[in-house]
Design a protein around this ligand. Structure first.
Ligand SMILES: [Zn+2]
Ligand SMILES: [Zn+2]
Length: 170
């Protein structure tokens, strides 16, 4: 996922392009489409660039609660500082910066996008906020309709109560 510095300079502030999931090593995910759409905002200050952007793609995920597959529309935000200056201002961690050699003309945005997607993905692992999950007794997906377990449990309680009452009265 190489970007050229001249692309940044000529971008006039925004860049949009698509690339394939295969360009970054994302074996952990299960994409619905192989394309990742990138939208970048670029601010230049001398030889330095600040890139903020989002990576958009759609994944197939498994819900933690009901174990159903669902489509997750990911819009992963990221920002990175591209510079040749080794003396970085404090406050930048290594993952915030792509450090270039003085004669370097391109750089790889892949790791940044990779991390942004994985971070965004780990936040959401439910098919919906109010997923009802599976019945712990019969395993029915309660999003698709209720099972009879809840009413059966009440019946069983009544049955044992009646038995107790009988044994007392004898
Ligand atoms: Zn679910
Ligand atoms: Zn049930």
């Amino acid at each position: 996922m190489k970007l050229k510095l001249t692309d940044l300079v000529n971008s006039q502030g925004t860049l949009e392009f698509n690339f394939s999931v295969g360009d970054i090593s994302l074996e952990e995910i299960n994409p619905v489409t192989i394309g990742i759409q990138l939208k970048l905002n670029i601010q230049q200050s001398g030889p330095n660039f600040k890139i903020t952007g989002t990576a958009n793609l759609i994944l197939t995920e498994m819900c933690d609660r009901c174990l159903d597959n669902y489509k997750l529309d990911i819009k992963a935000p990221f920002s990175i500082f591209v510079t040749t200056q080794k003396s970085l201002k404090p406050g930048f961690s290594e993952s915030d910066v792509i450090l270039l050699e003085t004669n370097q003309r391109d750089f790889n945005l892949g790791p940044t996008v990779h991390d942004a997607i994985l971070l965004e993905r780990s936040i959401k692992n439910l098919c919906k906020e109010d997923c009802l999950g599976l019945c712990s007794n019969c395993g029915v997906n309660l999003n698709n309709g209720y099972c009879n377990c809840a009413s059966k449990k009440i019946d069983e309680k009544w049955a044992s109560l009646i038995e107790i009452n009988f044994s007392h009265s004898e």
